[in-house]
Design a protein around this ligand. Structure first.
Ligand SMILES: Cc1cc2nc3c(=O)[nH]c(=O)nc-3n(C[C@H](O)[C@H](O)[C@H](O)COP(=O)(O)O)c2cc1C
Length: 327
């Protein structure tokens, strides 16, 4: 049985990708993920702010010619080498494992950090994931204005790198399907659905806002299932499923709606790298029971395009659920 897949033109030995997080901050961890059967890893994101701090240092250095100022010295050391450290992380991972290493940049603008995408490519990254977090919280900005930034970034990044790149996005779009179909017409090779952010939680005793749970629960995956299922084979791109991939059955579900790969983070935080092995054995056992030899034989089989009752993907009201489930 063959559980290999392709993603952004890369050949992966399995459809499980370790997602960007603290899990992929050290190359020693990556060895365990590769051993457990991961198909690729996405490194912890380098944040746009980290890159721009380095750029600012260079600017200031040019202006003053020295780092002698006390305050600036402190800044210099605290922010120093962010990029260099990241490039080392890429190189160390490339040396440590023989699975694709995907670098990640977290960005909010199409600023000068983009030129650094090239050094990431030169350090040996097999691909780049661009994690974009633009919460459309401004009351005076239209969806179109917000979306323009995404296309600016795609355009600029595609001018400086030749490795494939994916866009990791949230679901906060006024016209998500239309946005994704326009991204699919650009040089971006894939979309990661979806990014997960800290969510505000209300502490009723202290009566204040606190950060919500860092690790996700399995329920999060329903959002991913819906959107990959709706868009698979209707837009010309690949999808990486991210969010709530907690067991082997969920891996199967995401492949069935059309995911090219599944990204896993919280489940590895909770159960260690061994969960990858267990997810893969569930996948193999399921493929055997359903007589599949390759993932391509069933990928997208229950996507909206391929099922007899496509409305099920778009039904959002409870009416049917109430009647079907006897509620
Ligand atoms: C502790 C932690 C750190 C994370 N750091 C990043 C990051 O640097 N860049 C990024 O794109 N996503 C980051 N994520 C989000 C994950 O890549 C992933 O999208 C999210 O956790 C949903 O997947 P899961 O349900 O498998 O955890 C982080 C998640 C966690 C829990």
């Amino acid at each position: 049985m063959d559980i290999s897949t392709t993603y952004m033109g890369l050949k992966l030995k399995s459809p499980i990708v370790v997602g960007s997080s603290g899990l992929t901050e050290h190359s020693t961890n990556s060895i365990a993920y590769a051993k457990a059967g991961a198909g690729a890893i996405v490194l912890k994101s380098l944040f746009e702010e980290q890159i721009l701090h380095d750029v600012d240092e260079q600017r200031l250095n040019n202006m003053y010619g020295t780092f002698s100022d006390q305050e600036y010295y402190a800044l210099y050391f605290s922010k120093k080498h962010n990029i260099t450290k990241y490039l080392d992380l890429i190189r160390q991972n490339k040396e440590a494992v023989d699975i694709p290493v995907i670098a990640s940049i977290n960005c909010v603008s199409a600023e000068e950090w983009i030129s650094y995408a090239r050094v990431i490519e030169q350090a040996g990254a097999d691909a780049l994931e661009i994690n974009m977090f633009l919460l459309p919280a401004e009351t005076d900005k239209t969806g179109e204005e917000k979306e323009r930034v995404y296309f600016d970034i795609i355009e600029k990044v595609s001018q400086v790198i030749s490795i494939p790149f994916a866009l990791k996005i949230s679901y906060y779009f006024s016209g998500l399907a239309n946005f994704i179909s326009r991204v699919a017409q650009t040089k971006a090779s894939a979309l990661v659905l979806f990014n997960r952010f800290y969510s505000p939680e209300v502490d009723i005793e202290k009566e204040r806002i606190v950060p919500g749970d860092i690790l996700s629960s399995a329920g999060l995956n329903t959002m991913t299932i819906r959107w990959i299922g709706i868009l698979y084979d209707r837009v010309k791109t690949e999808f990486a499923a991210s969010g709530g991939v907690s067991d082997g059955e969920t891996v199967v579900r995401n492949l069935l709606v059309g995911a090219q790969v599944t990204q896993v983070v919280s489940a590895i935080y909770k159960h260690g790298p061994e969960i990858i092995e267990s997810m893969l054995s569930t996948l193999k056992e399921w493929m055997q029971r359903h007589h599949y030899e390759t993932i391509d034989q069933f990928r997208g089989k229950v996507s909206q395009k391929n099922i007899r009752n496509p409305i099920l993907f778009e039904r959002t009201q409870f009416m049917r659920y109430f009647s079907d489930a006897g509620y």
